[in-house]
Design a binder for this molecule. Structure first.
Ligand code: SF4
Length: 409
């Protein structure tokens, strides 16, 4: 897989041309968008041309990246998310918090409560099967009434111009085949050279994403349904810039399995929304700056603890920890280090001073201790940001260094 992806990123223009020719030969209209605005404009123009009022949409990370739903709603269109998790976050007006499981941050009670309000009838807060049945009843209608279906692509097979899509709910193939116009929104890095490479990707994606041998629905689309129209919008939005930088190009090999989020300790503590944008977990910390600008990556990159867990699970071997440090270096070069952090680093650079400071801090923390274990300090400006929505663990009564030197474990 790594070899196939490297082949693509090192000859991107060649493979884009091969894919475009093959897709057009099978009746698809191929578009190229340099950024989010152009991608939205292309899709909205297609919708206008066909007098579309409702769009049935299956999961597409790129559509989230370019904030397509906002653009469509601003243009007066109704967009119905047909993936269950995406539909749940849509009715809550939230972003997905995970690349594979968009509503993983919600409990069944929260989902039931939200559905009861939105559907204006009592929905169980305990019985997930009842929630799913009601959601399905709502979503089904969109497949038959939508004038346009939008899907993403898990891979674009260059040799045949084929779109590969995997889902566990079957909604992708309904979005692709029932509405008269099908639009695929995909990043240019989704290319793979051959069918064989796409099949390898299915195996890696299912195993790393959901621990399945294979996803429930695997769809290959080569050309439009007879009598229908099919468009593929290939989105750059920072990807060529990534491909041009040797230290970041490998991030384009990502197959969006989200394994790097699942093992990320900060992700598990604070959830995906704290990562700021749509790509969460370690890969989000690397690519967000390219898609949304460096300022968007500046805050989230500080979530990384450099534990390196992400690199051990990534099925395509992206050097995520090193890339996150490279992003951090770029952020620091541009924004500098804030004074409180600069002072803390200066203290820790001198072990004797650091030991003394910790000794003093251990005494000072007592008045702001909430219970025997937790520190909650809203009144101290230096720590206010750190303790606004969480409590920090207390400094240990005896530092590790002194316990080790006494032979304790
Ligand atoms: S970086 Fe690797 S582990 Fe993370 S989503 Fe992409 S392929 Fe999966």
């Amino acid at each position: 897989m790594k070899r196939a992806k490297h082949q693509i990123t090192s000859s991107l223009d060649h493979y884009l041309e091969v894919f475009q020719k093959a897709a057009e030969a099978s009746g698809v209209i191929v578009h190229f968008a340099t950024d989010d605005r152009e991608a939205n404009r292309i899709v909205l123009d297609i919708a206008r041309k066909h007098s579309v009022s409702t769009i049935a949409k299956s999961k597409s990370m790129v559509s989230e990246e370019i904030e397509f739903n906002h653009a469509a709603e601003a243009a007066g269109l109704r967009v119905v998310e047909t993936d269950l998790g995406e539909w749940i976050v849509q009715i809550r007006h939230e972003r997905p918090s995970h690349m594979v499981m968009p509503a993983v941050h919600l409990s069944r009670q929260e989902v039931g409560a939200e559905m009861s309000v939105v559907l204006d009838r009592a929905i169980s807060q305990e019985d997930i099967a009842e929630q799913v049945k009601n959601a399905r009843d709502e979503i089904r209608e969109a497949f038959f009434t939508a004038g346009m279906g939008i899907t993403g692509a898990n891979a674009l097979i260059a040799e045949s111009g084929t779109v590969m899509m995997v889902t566990n709910e079957g909604n992708g193939r309904l979005c692709a085949s029932l509405p008269p116009v099908h639009v695929v929104l995909a990043g240019i890095e989704k290319l793979v050279p051959s069918f064989e490479d796409a099949v390898t990707q299915i195996r890696l994606l299912a195993r790393s994403g959901t621990a399945q041998r294979i996803t429930s629905y695997t769809t290959f689309i080569s050309g439009p349904t007879p009598g229908h129209e099919m468009h593929i919008v290939l989105v750059d939005n920072g990807r060529r810039a990534m491909a041009a930088l040797p230290e970041f190009a490998e991030a384009l090999h990502c197959i969006r399995c989200a394994a790097c989020a699942n093992v990320c300790p900060p992700y598990r503590e604070v959830g995906g929304h704290a990562f700021g944008y749509i790509y969460t977990g370690a890969i989000g910390l690397v690519v967000t700056g390219f898609h949304h600008g460096l300022d968007a990556a500046a805050g989230p990159q500080s979530l990384c603890l450099s534990c390196n867990a992400c690199e051990t699970v990534c099925p395509v071997g992206i050097p995520l920890p090193r890339q996150i440090l490279d992003v951090r270096a770029v952020v620091v070069a541009k924004n500098g280090i804030k004074q409180p952090k600069r002072s803390a680093l200066a203290v820790f650079a001198r072990p004797r001073t650091a030991n003394l400071a910790l000794k003093i801090a251990r005494k000072v923390q007592q008045p702001v201790t909430r219970d025997a274990r937790l520190l909650r300090v809203r009144g101290v400006s230096l720590l206010r940001g750190q303790t606004r929505w969480r409590s920090l663990p207390l400094l240990a009564r005896r530092p590790l260094q002194s316990r080790i030197s006494n032979g304790e474990t």
